[in-house]
Design a protein around this ligand. Structure first.
Ligand code: ATP
Ligand code: MG
Length: 315
């Protein structure tokens, strides 16, 4: 028996790389070869942009389908932690390898990352499965938090459009993807391409908001958004270039701010808000995310979001 419509469709499907983050902090110095140094703090947390954006959207009251791969040893942990955000496990599949891992190591001055992709190596194949595509197409919006391979993008994006879904893409810092000219078509085909300043500079070969705006016009992106950290964001569309200032917050840790920004933007798009308002909501969501350590702990609910948005931009 088919489930009722309400049970089978989602506001947003979020698909991408999923990680177990191991965050070591407070090393006095970086070790030399063969040396051991002791961390002052350690936290294990779910990671990956898709997890952060999915949890952010769910906190804002959206029905979210998280699609990705993990290893079987981590199912209970993911189920429990995602459950705290109201995100279910129905779109998560067991991969051929263990869950991807990122080890983050920070001294007072610097932070470095070591990553094992693990189960995420099966993601391109997962996206080729008709049942997964049907799952994505049952959402109103699909967000890709991954360097979406060109071949998969060419298959999937037209299908989503036919099904009436809007789409967004945050590839993260993926230099190979960003410098491959075949991916320009993907940037044009998604409704929203969402780089930060560093990623935009790799993409267009020149740093700075003006350079990105010129590139976006030249390449025919109908509408572009650029994340600019504490400086807020830039909107480039038919009306020209508009800067949206960031709300003032006591930023403690900017990890995941870009993923929270994506969540705020998608949430506002689903409300059919005017585009400038959507980017304001995105900036508020990104800013609030920075007010606690880690990407997940300070994701706002709708009331927190509205309060800071009104304080910053007026009602
Ligand atoms: N210090 C800050 N103060 C206020 N807002 C901030 C701050 N840092 C980030 N933001 C908000 O979050 C958004 C995204 O931040 P950023 O440009 O750092 O993205 P990102 O580099 O993709 O982040 P990440 O990949 O770590 O999630 C910014 O556009 C801004 O709106
Ligand atoms: Mg980012």
């Amino acid at each position: 028996m088919a489930l009722p419509e309400r049970m089978t469709s989602w506001d947003v499907a979020v698909v991408g790389e999923i990680y177990a983050d191991h965050v070591f902090t407070g090393f006095a110095r970086w070790p030399g070869p063969g040396e051991e140094v002791l961390a002052d703090g350690y936290v294990r947390e779910l990671g990956g942009g898709c997890v952060n954006t999915a949890c952010g959207l769910s906190r804002l009251g959206r029905r979210v389908r998280l699609v990705g791969l993990i290893g079987d040893a981590d199912v209970d942990w993911f189920e429990g932690r995602l459950g705290e955000f109201g995100v279910g496990m129905g779109g998560i599949r067991l991969g051929a390898e263990s869950t991807g891992i990122t080890v983050s190591v920070s001294t007072r001055e610097d932070r470095s990352f070591f990553t094992w992709p693990g189960a995420n190596r099966g993601l391109a194949d997962l996206l080729g499965e008709p049942v997964v595509l049907a799952d994505l197409a049952s959402a109103r919006h699909v967000h890709f938090a991954m360097p979406l391979p060109r071949q998969r993008a060419a298959e999937i994006l037209p299908r989503l459009r036919e099904a009436g879904c809007t789409s967004s893409l945050d590839v993260g810092y993926s230099p190979d993807w960003l410098t491959d000219p075949r991916n320009l078509d993907t940037c044009r085909e998604v409704d929203l391409f969402l780089p930060n300043r560093t990623e935009a500079a790799v993409l267009c070969g020149e740093d700075g908001p003006d350079a990105y705006a010129r590139w976006a016009w030249a390449e025919g992106l109908p509408r572009a958004v650029l994340k600019l950290g504490a400086e807020g964001a830039l909107v480039i569309d038919a009306d020209g270039v508009t800067r949206v200032v960031a709300p003032r917050v006591d930023a403690l840790d900017t990890t995941g701010a870009g993923d929270a920004f994506d969540a705020g933007l998608i949430d506002a798009l689903l409300d059919d808000a005017p585009f400038g308002r959507c980017v304001e909501r995105a900036c508020v969501c990104g800013a609030l995310c920075t007010t606690a350590p880690g990407a997940l702990r300070a994701l706002p609910d709708s009331l927190q979001l509205r309060t800071l948005r009104e304080q910053t931009y007026g009602s």
